[in-house]
Design a protein around this ligand. Sequence first.
Ligand code: TUI
Length: 312
Amino acid sequence: MKTELTTLLGIEYPIIQGGMAWVAEHRLAAAVSEAGGLGLIGAANAPAEWVRDEIRKAKELTDKPFGVNIMLMSPYADEVAKVVAEEKVKVVTTGAGNPGKYMTMWKEAGIKVIPVVASVALAKMMVKAGADAVVAEGTESGGHIGETTTMVLVPQVVDAVKVPVIAAGGIADGRGIAAAFMLGASGVQMGTRFVATQDAVVHENYKNYIVKAKDIDTRVTGRSGGHPVRVLRNEATKKYLDMEKAGATFEELEMLTVGGLRKAVTEGDVRTGSVMSGQIAGMIKDIPTCKEVMETLVAETDALLKGKGFYE
Ligand code: TUI
């Protein structure tokens, strides 16, 4: 499955694991990279020394390339940006902001830089600043999201930039990957699919909640404050959305979600925690290993793209 992206990153399959807060730690990242994709460590809101330690632990588990995702709203973003350069991480992806100010430092360290974008304008700006590829992330994704769907965003980003485009949002099987290629993408990024795996160090309640979810079970909180976040519906989202509708302040709403993702991921509190997930949760029915996920994805995509698809 050679594409512009596999060549750029030196990986076997053009499949990247999302850099999910609390979920994407070294064991998941190493498992995805060992299976031939690109695993990511999610720096999220963690201090720089935690990130350094995770990078070193991942290096002990795999010789294959892996990356770090830097969440740019983090108070530690500046320090983490330095750590990835010092540790000579192969690939950096960024989310929730504009990484322009770090670009020169990362390029000088030989890092491949892949910003996650939710619009054509930001994609163009990032490529101008030196991005090696971009992830075009549709609103179907879990966590912090933009407005535009994957189907609409990906081809427009493909038309706007000359670097490889990675499609994200709403992809969890070979059909989604084949469709992403049809839209002009050179690869995909998947989050939710990799949460529901044996390798993800995530409470079993969280994984089972994804498996149990139906197509219409995600909700978007925080639209009123300009920070929309997609999660699986539960008691907490009901309360949040009721309060948001009633005109609660940003601070009142923040109080409801602070620490909610940690509570769901580490304690398994899927009732009052934040169970971040993409809309594709409804399609996920099992909890395999990353290796099994990758083998299935590649077999399904191959079957479709080698002509055994719709028109056979
Ligand atoms: O970053 C994500 N998804 C995330 S980050 C995150 S961390 C979090 N933890 C607890 C509560 C809330 C959040 C969870 N999920 N995806 C990448 C992404 N980036 N999607 C959209 C964007 C984006 C949005 C605005 C990128 C840039 C941007 O503005 C750029 C600018 O000009 O500042």
